[in-house]
Write a protein that binds this ligand. Structure first.
Ligand SMILES: [Zn+2]
Length: 114
């Protein structure tokens, strides 16, 4: 397979991944902002409501972060640095890119930084 074919294939994968994140975010946003009913009076219920919205916010943050990572991965693909670890500049294993297409770190660096 030529390099440009490979690049096109990776770009397609990243774009599909990006679309799935946008989709999940939109569904989540609907879920979060759709509930305009007054707050429950009962304290226990209120606590549960709060916990739910905290979970939603955490999920929203997580999805925003994933979206940012995919954007950066697409930029690296354009630059020709996709698949190269941003920390140690070594090659990221193909199997790792397969599982985490937007990752910017090799397994060792990700392990070290976590
Ligand atoms: Zn590394």
């Amino acid at each position: 397979m030529s390099t440009s074919d490979r690049t096109a294939e990776i770009r397609t994968r990243l774009e599909e991944y990006q679309a799935s994140i946008v989709d999940r975010r939109e569904r989540l946003a609907k879920h979060v902002h759709h509930r305009e009913e007054p707050l429950p009076q009962d304290f226990a219920e209120q606590a549960v409501e709060m916990e739910n919205s905290e979970t939603m916010i955490a999920l929203e943050d997580e999805l925003s972060e994933q979206e940012r990572q995919v954007g950066l991965a697409l930029a690296r693909l354009e630059e020709g640095t996709y698949g190269i670890c941003t920390q140690c500049h070594g090659d990221i294993a193909a199997a790792r890119l397969e599982a985490l297409p937007a990752t910017s770190l090799c397994f060792d660096c990700a392990d070290r930084l976590s």
